[in-house]
Every structure is written in structure tokens, then in C-alpha cells.
Design a protein around this ligand. Structure first.
Ligand SMILES: NC(=O)c1ccc[n+]([C@@H]2O[C@H](COP(=O)([O-])OP(=O)(O)OC[C@H]3O[C@@H](n4cnc5c(N)ncnc54)[C@H](O)[C@@H]3O)[C@@H](O)[C@H]2O)c1
Ligand SMILES: [Zn+2]
Ligand SMILES: [Zn+2]
Length: 345
């Protein structure tokens, strides 16, 4: 089968690899119909994710058809259309019992990381009962790919951890796919104000179309002043960090209101200062989280009821044999205006 293989820092190739086989009774083999590339795949290619070693097939998002299941799988059988979760979960360990699937002791984010992933014709999914979701009849199959990772990530790590509430004020720092997904899911809770912040006017224009009340281009270094002016010098109730660099977490610390919440989503590769000398008396909460995908069943229902339309996030389409072009397009988003690139079998 064809597969996109990580070769070490800045190296990848489309190779012929053996089709995966069942190795544990709880496994399923899925024939991948659609997959996509995540910003995290670019982090891997930069060498930022040491658990992902050369030779690994990348990809942790996708939909497909179950090809074969192991003897312990009870929820799925061959021929079932499924959504693949970016997080695999046994459902039984102490962390899974707390719905903290991201820290499952025999799962978590392993797909396209420490085990082979979805950017291939077939993928082996461990703990299939808990790590696949049946696709409801009538669901928009293209939009579903966005439920593998970015929508549950934005909702769980950003909106729910950020305690977005009716009438509250929210700033989302970063208008990439994750920040835009946070914008879409924040709207479930009717905040009065959603301020989108980015360096890229193209992405801010998309944020505006997705329902941001105000957009702020922070490239002039004046984003803090802009947000304070927009909020009567109070700051925002929720500051969502959706980039993963020190400057954006620092901005969140500057713009959070007394009693507010900073919800970090970004993957941070280097140390960031925490300004407790300014924040110790501000009654704030700071949260971090790796997506658990506990909200995926709820998101599936919302998608099927047409109360969520994430499809405009898909900007480009490729076939699996063009995946290197897909990486090129996704990797140069500023020029190509790519948000999510869909890769079809
Ligand atoms: N916590 C989790 O479970 C989880 C899951 C998935 C992704 N992530 C992380 O979420 C982050 C966002 O993902 P993405 O795919 O949207 O990334 P992305 O790189 O596509 O988007 C980041 C956006 O931030 C903007 N930006 C960069 N520097 C900025 C600055 N100084 N000020 C304002 N804006 C700035 C960029 O222009 C871009 O639009 C990444 O760090 C990713 O690894 C975390
Ligand atoms: Zn991802
Ligand atoms: Zn577990």
C-alpha cells in the first residue's frame, strides 16, 4: 500500500509499505477514505516530537471503512463507515475511567506518532471499540475529517477549559485551523464578544466570516492595547492560546480579565515565562490539556443537525498519490491560504 513515511528531520517520502495486520484482539484495520495534515505533522517534520521516530507513517485524522476486526471488537464489523479519533483509548485504565483518554496508559495520542498513522491506504487502529466512531447516516463525509482532531481539540482545550459563557468576552490568539475551530465551537455558548488575533490578514478575514466580532492584527505589537480598548480596559473573560509560541501565551497573560481564564491549546516547544508577579492577585485560572476526544460524540450530533458547518476550513483537495504536493501547499499556508487540505484515497 502507499503511505507517507517520516524519514527524520525535514524528511518524508511516499513509499510502498506492507498492509497492516491485526496484532491484538481489540484492533481493527480500516481502509482510509479521507485524511488530512495537521500542524502537528509539521512539528514532527521539524523534529519537535521525539516519540515519532524515522520510518513512521504519519497522520492521526481520517475516515474510512472497517476492513477487518480482531476477536475482541464488539462495536464494529467489516464494511462499517467510521470516523478515526486522533486519540486511542482502552476505556478501562485509571486515566480512561476519568475520561482522560489522552493519557490512556496503552493509548493516547499514538497514531502517526509512536504507531503508524492514517496517511496511508490502510491503518491499524488499536482499542477499536473506543477509538473509532460510527458515522451516522447523512453525515457530511468531508466535514467529518475535521472531527478527528481539530474540533474536539478546540472545544475541549479552548472553549470548555476556557469556561466560555453566554455574554462573556473571548479572545482567540491564533486564527489557524485550531483557532478557527475554537471560534466555531465558542459560538455554541453565545459569548457577547469574540476577538480573533493573528498576524495574517487572510486568516483574520476568515475569522470574521466565521463570526468573530472583531479582528486584531498583532504584527504591530499593539494587540494588548487593542484588546484593552475593546473591553473597556477590563480584558477578556477567556483568552484562548492557539499558536504555541511564547509571545502568544504572554499576550494571553496581558489581556485576561480579573477572574478570567487562560486556556492553552498550543504545543509549546520552548519555555514560556509565567508572570505571577502580575497575576497572583487576579483570581485567574490557567488550563492546559491534550485533547481527550470525549466531546466527539456530541460534535457528531451537532454536525448532523447542521448546527455546525466546519467545511469552509477545507481549502484544498488532493489524492493520496499527490500527498507530497498537499504537504507543500499546507506548509506554505501564508502564500497558498491553506487551512485544511483534504487527502482522498
Ligand atoms: N493541545 C492539543 O491537544 C493540541 C491538538 C492539536 C493541535 N495543537 C496545537 O495547536 C496549535 C495551533 O494549531 P494550528 O493547526 O491552528 O496551527 P497553525 O500554525 O496553522 O496556526 C497558528 C496561527 O497562529 C498565527 N500566529 C503565529 N504567531 C503568532 C503571533 N505571534 N501572534 C498572533 N498569531 C500568531 C499564525 O499566523 C497562524 O495563523 C499548534 O501549536 C498545534 O500543535 C494542540
Ligand atoms: Zn493534530
Ligand atoms: Zn486507557
Amino acid at each position: 500500500m502507499k503511505a507517507l513515511v517520516y524519514l527524520g528531520r525535514n524528511g518524508k517520502s511516499l513509499e510502498d509499505r506492507p498492509k497492516p495486520v491485526i496484532t491484538a484482539p481489540a484492533d481493527a484495520i480500516v481502509k482510509v477514505k479521507r485524511t488530512t495534515i495537521c500542524g502537528t505533522d509539521l512539528h514532527i517534520l521539524k523534529g519537535d516530537v521525539p516519540t515519532c521516530t524515522p520510518g513512521r507513517i504519519l497522520g492521526h485524522e481520517g475516515t474510512g471503512i472497517v476492513e477487518v476486526v480482531g476477536s475482541a471488537v464488539t462495536m464494529f464489523r467489516a464494511g462499517d463507515p467510521v470516523l478515526i479519533s486522533c486519540v486511542s483509548a482502552c476505556g478501562k485504565c485509571a486515566n480512561c475511567r476519568r475520561q482522560m483518554y489522552s493519557h490512556c496508559t496503552t493509548g493516547g495520542w499514538i497514531l502517526g506518532n509512536s504507531i503508524d498513522g492514517t496517511q496511508a491506504e490502510y491503518v491499524r487502529i488499536p482499542h477499536a471499540d473506543m477509538s473509532l466512531h460510527a458515522i451516522p447516516a447523512g453525515a457530511d463525509e468531508e466535514a467529518l475529517v475535521l472531527l478527528s482532531d481539530i474540533l474536539p481539540t478546540a472545544l475541549e482545550c479552548g472553549v470548555l477549559n476556557g469556561r466560555v459563557q453566554p455574554g462573556s468576552s473571548v479572545a482567540i490568539v491564533g486564527s489557524g485551523p485550531i483557532g478557527l475551530a475554537a471560534l466555531l465551537t465558542a459560538r455554541f455558548y453565545s459569548p457577547a464578544e469574540i476577538i480573533a488575533i493573528d498576524l495574517d490578514d487572510g486568516r483574520l478575514a476568515v475569522a470574521k466570516r466565521f463570526g468573530a466580532t472583531t479582528t486584531v492584527n498583532s504584527s504591530n505589537g499593539l494587540a494588548c492595547e487593542a484588546v484593552m480598548n475593546l473591553t473597556g480596559q477590563l480584558g477578556v473573560d477567556t483568552a484562548i492560546e492557539a499558536v504555541g509560541v511564547p509571545a502568544t501565551f504572554e499576550l494571553c497573560q496581558q489581556i485576561v480579565a480579573a477572574g478570567g481564564t487562560i486556556a492553552n491549546i498550543g504545543v509549546h516547544g520552548i519555555k514560556v515565562d509565567l508572570h505571577l508577579e502580575r497575576l497572583w492577585d487576579r483570581n485567574i485560572i490557567i488550563t492546559t490539556r491534550l485533547v481527550d476526544t470525549v466531546s466527539t460524540p456530541m460534535l457528531l450530533k451537532i454536525l448532523c443537525s447542521h448546527k455546525l458547518d466546519p467545511k469552509p476550513l477545507i481549502t484544498h483537495r488532493f489524492k493520496l498519490d499527490q500527498i507530497l504536493d498537499a504537504y507543500e501547499t499546507f506548509g506554505h499556508a501564508a502564500e497558498t491560504h491553506a487551512l485544511k487540505v483534504l487527502i482522498e484515497a
